[in-house]
Design a protein. Sequence first.
Length: 457
Amino acid sequence: PQKPGATRTTAEWQQTDSAHYLHPFTDSAALARKGARIITRADDIYIWDSEGQKILDAMSGLWCVNVGYGRQELIEAATRQLQTLPFYNSFFNTATPPAIELAELLAEITPPQFQHVFFGGSGSESNDTVVRLVRRYWDLQGQPERKVIISRKNAYHGSTMAGASLGGMSEMHQQGGLPIPDIVHIEQPFWFALGRDERSERLSREEFGRRAASWLEDKIQEIGPGRVAAFIGEPVQGAGGVIVPPSTYWPEIQRICDRHGILLVSDEVITGFGRTGQWFGCETMGTKPDLMTFAKGVTSGYIPLGGVMVGERVAKALANGGEFAHGYTYSGHPVACAVAVANIRLIQREGLVERVREDTGPYLAQRYAELAGHSLVGEAQTCGLMGALQLVRDKTSGAPFPAELAVGMMCRAHCFREGLIMRAVGDRMIIAPPLSMTRAQMDEMLALIRRCLDLTL
Ligand code: PLP
């Protein structure tokens, strides 16, 4: 009998795939040689490929399927809305009930400074919107010379021209002449890689956190405080390798932004909707951002949606500023908003944020502390349900493997064969499993991770 979704054989899918489909962030020639793995269905925390292999998805798709796969409430919300009103826009003085309902719900669950939301279709669009909003704000304040947005190396803020410019991925900057003007980058708060002093001795994490924040102050002084518009950061850098910053970092960043009147932007595309054990990562890190972008977890990835929470300070300026000449056809798409409302209600009903904060998050931290003893692991970090294992050649000194060995990719290949999706960022192995994951499923995931580390040795 045919497997679900298997209307063609795997070889046929692969052949057609490489003939016609340009994949994101993929070397097409390499993919054509190997053939894509064809994912045909999913349930709970598992996905299945076209050969019928079951795989534990420890990345929640791309950091998004927070409530797990196969949730009927979300499917029904989409179906109902598709039948009632599949599309209408919110340009030109119109709105739809699901978009209004979602705006109200977001105002309720986000920190109190956020009473307004601007919708887009993705994280990238949301961060593009931030660039427009920040510059609009300073124009309205009569300070148009405040244009510079400071971000961090190795940050990921999306793939559009502004998103990739805000991001600090050098490969992306090399393709297409990025960044666009007036976006600059400072070093990331990556203690394991950068936390040494002039004598190459390890700083304490706390000391390093303050030092990493001081790089923002240095950059502001270099540019001139009167030219700096905003600072943007992910509370925990995700695609850069789940870099959990020292506890001293964000409070100091907040102080620096306050001192210079600079807008603070929190990119919560990954850290939003419970990932870190609070509804939003800024709450975990103790900051009070002026703008906050979200996407992914807002719908658990069932349908595309993103947006920007606009804090009181910017909202007030916009309210008296006339038309903000910006928007997307799918801003506030009614089907996406209906799914988001159902998704947030489900997170609330099942207490998933509390579960991460009080149960599964601490449990993952404890189990990762055990994994830190593995001979390949130089550092193990978690924050809520995000985790990173830094693979090293020498555990004592923390010396890395030679890059050409591609040990991270080796480990990832073992995971793939053993039925586990884990991502490799260089030699840093990262996870972000569904927030619905139980302790028993976590044990299953951790046994697989340990087996794959052993196989990589
Ligand atoms: N911001 C962060 C922190 C992300 O991790 C991502 C995607 O991974 C984005 C923005 C871009 O989101 P999208 O891929 O929905 O455009």
